[in-house]
Write a protein that binds this ligand. Structure first.
Ligand SMILES: Cc1cc2nc3c(=O)[nH]c(=O)nc-3n(C[C@H](O)[C@H](O)[C@H](O)COP(=O)(O)O)c2cc1C
Ligand code: FES
Length: 327
């Protein structure tokens, strides 16, 4: 049990602004002062306010430090961690509040009116530790689906929720899953569209980097609902941190029996593979995406969203943003 948690943003924005070195500096100083039993340093995904990164949040106070540099670390340790005093000059100052220092993230205008759904774990957990995802009720929905519901009941719930695709067209997700379930075929695929062609959008990247298990869990539920045993995540190779964290998450899920054969002893098999795209905008379009995954010609012109084929098998492509909104 630690008395203090120092959360260091490890999203791409802060990472490219030296947050990796800041995290190392905290770890070194905490060790050097013999505080490693009391203070824990956690690398997180993006908090959302990248423009004022690198961002550090210290709990239990929830103190929100912005634009932190490696040189600021000794002062934060000495003042905040050792003496228990906030470092006022590093607290985020909100222009809309007359440049007033804001003490916690929740107090900022940016967050006050937000209810985070798809991003609810981003900036909160260490995305490289499955236990932290589980501690936030991660994989509970999958367990419930596999042990309490028939596939059709899940599709009915998703349909009734009114959830629509987040890839642009707003297609009802429940209907899409129903179409895929109705296809009679031994082999079906769940494809996650994390291509994110829109320049500078970075919402897929934020979830993949900050909460990769949410994507795996949602895909596994989709697989169970439509009768698929194989999923693909199509992610661009230009997102190395996202790719790395997905690889770690897939390995951890397999180790915990949450992916692979006979998931949690329920008899359901489902596994996920990564496919790296080289960044062509058109590859975010679902038939192009599936062609790219299959690396072979598929009947692009003939296929429509609900009947699209990967290797001529029924497939359901869902934007990465959609399934993580299932919560
Ligand atoms: C040229 C083009 C590029 C697209 N790029 C993306 C993309 O980067 N990410 C995405 O989720 N959907 C993209 N789409 C939409 C997908 O084809 C597809 O409709 C979507 O992935 C379906 O998921 P949804 O039902 O969850 O929204 C693109 C469509 C077109 C025509
Ligand atoms: S990358 Fe750190 S706040 Fe977005």
């Amino acid at each position: 049990m630690y008395r203090t948690h120092i959360l260091v943003c490890g999203g791409t924005g802060c990472h490219s602004n030296n947050s990796g070195k800041i995290r190392e500096a905290f770890e070194e100083q905490i060790k050097a002062r013999g505080l490693d039993g009391d203070v824990c340093v956690v690398g997180t995904g993006c908090f959302g306010l990248c423009a004022v990164g690198p961002i550090i949040i210290i709990y239990p106070e929830g103190a929100f430090y912005s634009c932190v540099t490696v040189e600021d670390v000794p002062e934060i340790i000495e003042e905040h961690i050792v003496k228990g005093r906030l470092v006022e000059r590093l607290l985020y100052h909100e222009k809309a509040l007359g440049n007033k220092a804001v003490h916690s993230l929740a107090e900022t205008n940016f967050y006050k009116k937000q209810t985070r759904v798809a991003l609810h774990n981003c900036g909160v957990i260490n995305p490289e530790k499955i236990d932290e995802y589980i501690a936030r009720d991660g994989y509970q929905a999958l367990i419930k689906c596999l042990t309490e519901y028939e596939p059709q009941q899940i599709i009915d719930i998703v349909s009734a929720s009114g959830l629509r695709g987040r890839g642009g067209a707003g297609f009802p997700t429940g209907r899409k899953w129903q179409f895929a379930k109705n296809q009679v075929n031994d082999t079906k695929y769940v494809c996650c569209n994390a291509d994110e062609g829109d320049p500078g959008a970075f919402m897929d990247r934020s979830v993949l980097e900050g909460d990769p298990h949410a994507v795996l869990e949602a895909m596994t539920i989709a697989g169970y609902a439509i009768g698929s045993h194989q999923g693909y995540i199509y992610v661009r190779a230009e997102y190395p941190i996202a790719v790395e964290r997905l690889k770690i998450a897939i390995a951890q899920s397999r180790e915990y029996g949450l992916l692979g054969k006979d998931i949690l002893g329920t008899g359901f098999d489902f596994d996920i593979e990564l496919k790296l795209g080289s960044g062509a905008f058109v590859c975010g379009e679902e038939t192009a995406l599936m062609t790219s995954i299959a690396a072979s010609l598929v009947p692009v012109l003939l296929s429509r969203r609900s009947r699209a084929c990967l290797e001529n098998r029924p497939s359901s492509t869902t934007s990465r943003r959609t399934p993580t909104s299932l919560r």
